[in-house]
Design a binder for this molecule. Structure first.
Ligand SMILES: [Zn+2]
Length: 134
């Protein structure tokens, strides 16, 4: 039996917002994956061809990827009925916060408590991409 969601928001509306956002991020990632493939090809022979813009887009790419994971996780929670519930204190996340951050995993208070851990997670995403490119 599924438990009844306690979320304070309309989860149907949240799902639509999340799916739209996922589409946006995925199409943005698609463009940047092309750039990464190009860099992969030129990296060995002619690294001087890499433009500053391409490095910038690689950087953005890893941020988008991190956000995509957050969106996917939120969609999973919609399916399991845990959406809108703080992962830490298990209290409902205020609808106002979910309207701004539909993929929020924590209430504001717990977000502050886990803030440092979140930063580490994002740094790991950021440093993972440009391997072997100098
Ligand atoms: Zn909390």
């Amino acid at each position: 039996m599924r438990k009844i969601p306690r979320a304070l928001v309309d989860t149907g509306a949240s799902r639509i917002v999340l799916l739209e956002k996922r589409q946006q991020v995925m199409s943005a990632l698609g463009i940047k994956f092309d750039t990464m493939a190009k860099i992969g090809r030129v990296a060995e022979e002619d690294q001087a061809q890499l433009s500053h813009d391409e490095f910038v887009s690689l950087h953005l790419n890893s941020l988008d990827y991190a956000q995509l994971r957050l969106i996917e996780a939120a969609l999973d929670r919609l399916d399991s009925g845990d959406y809108g519930i703080c992962l830490s204190c298990e209290e409902p996340i205020p609808a106002k916060r979910l309207n701004v951050l539909p993929w929020a995993r924590y209430c504001v208070k717990c977000q502050e408590d886990v803030g440092a851990a979140m930063d580490q997670e994002w740094n790991r995403e950021r440093t993972r991409v440009p391997v072997g490119v100098r």
